[in-house]
Design a protein around this ligand. Structure first.
Ligand code: IMP
Ligand code: MG
Length: 423
């Protein structure tokens, strides 16, 4: 079985915890896009793990793979491996594989990302991890791949080939070009390459063989559907394709092999960084969502912007991804809000829309049209089955399901593994 999980909003929907929950049924869990701009928090056995690169399935028996569609900072990977080792979860080469074709995030990519963002009059709010510039190099065919990193001679000859152009770009951007051939940094990268060499693999081959043998594979998305570089709210997006189809392209698995596409939906909406968020709240309800939901970015620690559930955006995500089912997260955060609002459409240029407009600028000017739903006062964090939810919480879930038109399979009411149940 091949299952793909993606975020239906702007990331931080709780993909990590759902992957952690499902991973016990999967032989392989694979990341297919993005890099250490992602941040997933997994809470298990009383411990909290905050990771950026290693897939969320690492705690279970599954093999975890980083596919060639991702961009990888080897220093961050090494840090995460060390942190897990210290926590008593050793990451061996039987456990983790990294594709030989994966693009490596070099120190100059991070430098360029920062310089470019500083020069933008309207900021995107990037995580400054070098993601965009690493992807530019992949498309330009100027990237350094894992296969180059693990072979110091190849790494240095590749750098010799591209360094002049990188230096010129950095100078043009107003930066210090010495970072490109900084020998200390290159030696450190070469050493990381040696350390990571045993982990290098062919992810497409591994996954296809596993599927041939009847094994189960889970593809874990990062970020969210509306941060997709093609279909998202440009320019306020990340630099990779975040939707389900990207799992096939990024991992090298044909679309005919996909069995399930699970969408993760937060019971409200958040966004980190700039860009339209039609239901954004700056009142008491917004403060409630932010404080009760602990809405701070895992990667940057920035405060997440919060708003009421935005149906048009999730309907679009259902189209972009072809969801077969959904997991609804953070329902517990809505306790105490009354009424609870759902944005069922927008007013835009005198017209009522029930689907997001194509243009980012038009979306940013949309005024939400809300429907009110009765709230509840009961704490949900100890609820362990759907039947035990207060009636109004069940009504809210069922209304969402009806409005989105995709069955809700899981509901979660807290960060721990035990706080998720099937509907
Ligand atoms: P970049 O991916 O660092 O280039 O950032 C581009 C935009 O995507 C910024 O608005 C970031 O805040 C946002 N972003 C990137 N990764 C994540 C994530 O994992 N969760 C939420 N937002 C993200
Ligand atoms: Mg996150």
């Amino acid at each position: 079985m091949f299952t793909i999980i993606t975020g239906s909003q702007f990331g931080d929907e709780g993909k990590g915890k759902i992957v952690d929950l499902l991973a016990k049924d999967y032989d392989i869990v694979a990341r297919f896009q993005g890099g250490d701009n992602a941040g997933h928090t997994v809470k298990a056995g009383g411990k909290v793990y905050k990771l950026h690169l290693i897939p969320s399935g690492f705690l279970l028996d599954s093999r975890v793979l980083i596919g060639p569609g991702t961009v990888l900072n080897p220093a961050v990977l090494a840090e995460e491996m060390e942190m897990l080792e210290e926590a008593g979860v050793p990451v061996t080469s039987e456990k983790l594989g990294v594709d030989a074709k994966t693009s490596v995030i070099m120190p100059y990519h991070i430098e360029m990302d920062g310089l470019r963002e500083a020069a933008r009059s309207e900021k995107i709010g990037t995580t400054k991890r070098g993601i965009g510039y690493a992807y530019i190099d992949k498309v330009a065919r100027d990237e350094i791949r894992m296969a180059d990193l693990v072979d110091e001679e190849r790494l240095r000859s590749r750098l010799a080939e591209i360094s002049a152009q990188k230096e010129a770009t950095i100078v043009q951007m107003g930066g210090d070009a010495s970072i490109v051939l900084d020998d200390e940094k290159i030696s450190r990268y070469a050493a990381l390459g040696q350390m990571l060499a045993p982990y290098v693999t062919d992810v497409s081959l591994e996954i296809n063989r596993a599927l041939d043998e009847g094994k189960n594979v889970l593809a874990e998305g990062a970020q969210g559907s509306h941060l997709d570089v093609i279909h998202g709210t440009q320019k306020y997006v990340t630099s990779s394709s975040t939707i389900a189809g990207s799992a096939c392209a990024g991992l090298g698995v044909g679309p005919t092999r996909v069995d399930e596409v699970l969408g993760i939906v937060k019971a409200y909406i958040t966004r980190v960084g700039a860009g339209p968020l039609p239901t954004e709240l700056e009142d008491e309800a917004g403060k409630h969502l932010h404080d009760v939901g602990h809405e701070f970015g895992t990667t940057t620690g920035r405060s997440r912007r919060c708003g009421w559930f935005d149906l048009p955006l999730v309907k679009k995500a259902a189209y972009l991804n072809g969801y077969t089912s959904l997991a609804l997260t953070k329902l517990d955060v809505l306790t105490g809000l009354n009424p609870i609002k759902i944005c069922v459409g927008y007013m835009s240029e005198g017209q009522k829309l029930d689907y997001p407009p194509e243009s980012t600028t038009v979306l940013s000017e949309c005024v939400p049209v809300y429907e009110d739903f009765p709230g509840w006062e009961e704490d949900l964090t100890d609820v362990d089955s759907y039947e035990k939810l207060p009636e109004n919480a069940r009504l809210y879930v069922e209304k969402m399901e009806e409005l989105i038109g995709v069955p809700i399979k899981y509901v979660s009411v807290g960060p721990a593994r035990e706080q998720t149940f099937e509907k």
